[in-house]
Design a binder for this molecule. Structure first.
Ligand SMILES: O=C(O)CCC(=O)C(=O)O
Ligand SMILES: [Fe+2]
Length: 379
């Protein structure tokens, strides 16, 4: 073998060793101390947080005030007014801040705090939950899709399937010792809140009213029952502080697959949403949820409510934690536009879809021209 070939084989071995390091996550990488962002995480210039498109920055200077929905008011005598604000938020922003949400403060504090302690566990402890299998009910992973991403993002996560809880709970992390207790309490509370929000969303679409029910409304009650038995996935996201935050992203632009996502974030900002073709940073409001319309609700509403692209930027001083709770119908249920929202003037605009189709799409290594939702649109 020539010396050149030895070098090549050695370089390959080194590259493989480096690659397997990246698979262990960003937290692990940072624990070993780094002064620069490795090439694996450096985005092409046009995809970086502050890139310029046609001479213009893609990040917005505007301070977008997202609609604020007061959940207590929604449940009170002002419901019809709040339903209008809810419809407006879902149509024009795809996002809203939910305040006075009724989930006890200590449930939220404990979830955030135990999530932090999970990521502080030794790598050997966290590694027990590592899996590259997208179907795994519990999965500690890194980046967005670590089996596929060419450039990695600056994020580790713990994915927890939450439904049916009795089937999956034994797979959830047993360490920290109180993790399951606090995460279960949080998952149950967010599911309840989501169901009440979905009831309001259906009503805002003109699909059901709580008073003077007709037979048609009772059909809507059936769908509410299906929502009760629906899927729930939680992603506990951890974004370590980053030595060169302008070169990478915590999460690339994406939309969420379900009906609604309830996002809990700590006080560190990082989430950006796409608004009028610019990236706008969302200021976290203490003790609120950020709620967004997912792909399934856009499809179900036949395009009236918008599933909006969002991404996460990182920063050089603080790590950040968020907990995203994604809800939809049961995993095997086909999602399609509500027949009551389709007519001659407003024909069906989306193909039916289910969770398996989404996972196949997400796992495929094919170069993608469209995001998942675009691929479901009828042209
Ligand atoms: O961390 C965030 O703020 C956003 C997380 C997110 O978009 C997701 O988990 O889908
Ligand atoms: Fe998301």
């Amino acid at each position: 073998m020539s010396p050149g070939m030895v070098m090549t084989a050695e370089t390959k071995r080194e590259e493989n060793a480096q690659e397997s390091q990246y698979q262990k996550g960003v937290k692990h990488l940072c624990e070993n101390g780094i002064a620069k962002v490795p090439n694996k995480y450096i985005l092409p210039v046009s995809e970086r947080p502050n890139s310029f498109v046609n001479g213009e920055s893609n990040a917005s200077e505007i301070n977008l005030k997202l609609p604020v929905i007061d959940f207590a008011e929604l449940q009170g005598s002002n419901r019809s007014q709040v339903l209008k604000s809810l419809a407006n938020a879902c149509e024009h922003y795809g996002f809203f801040q939910l305040v006075n949400h009724s989930i006890p403060r200590d449930v939220i504090i404990r979830m955030m705090e135990v999530s932090g302690r999970f990521f502080e566990l030794s790598f050997e402890e966290r590694e027990k939950y590592m899996s590259a299998d997208m179907w795994a009910p519990v999965r500690y992973g890194t980046s967005f899709n670590q089996t596929k991403d060419g450039v990695f993002c600056w994020r580790d996560f713990l994915k927890l399937l939450c439904h049916p809880l009795s089937d999956v709970l034994a797979r959830w992390p047993s360490s920290p010792v109180d993790f399951r207790k606090f995460a279960v309490a949080y998952a149950k509370e967010t599911k309840c809140l989501y169901l009440m929000l979905m009831e309001a969303i259906l009503e805002s679409l003109g699909l059901a009213t709580t008073k003077n029910k007709t037979r048609e409304d009772e059909e809507e009650d059936d769908i509410l029952e299906e929502f009760q038995d629906g899927s729930q996935l939680m992603f506990v996201n951890f974004y370590p502080s980053c030595p060169e935050p302008d070169l990478t992203l915590g999460m690339p632009p994406h939309s969420d697959y379900g009906f609604l996502t309830l996002l809990l974030q700590d006080e560190v900002k990082g989430l950006q949403i796409q608004f009028q073709e610019k990236w706008v940073t969302i200021e976290p409001i203490p003790n609120s949820f950020l709620v967004n319309v997912g792909d399934h609700l856009e499809i179900f509403s036949n395009g009236r409510y918008k599933s909006v692209l969002h991404r996460v930027v990182v920063n050089s001083t603080k790590s950040r934690i968020s907990v995203a709770s994604l809800h939809s119908l049961p995993l095997k249920t086909m999602i399609c536009p509500s027949p009551k929202l389709i007519n001659e003037a407003n024909p069906r605009r989306y193909k039916d879809t289910d969770f398996a189709t989404f996972l196949e799409y997400a796992a495929s290594r094919e170069p993608k021209k469209k995001n998942f939702l675009e691929s479901r649109k009828l042209t």
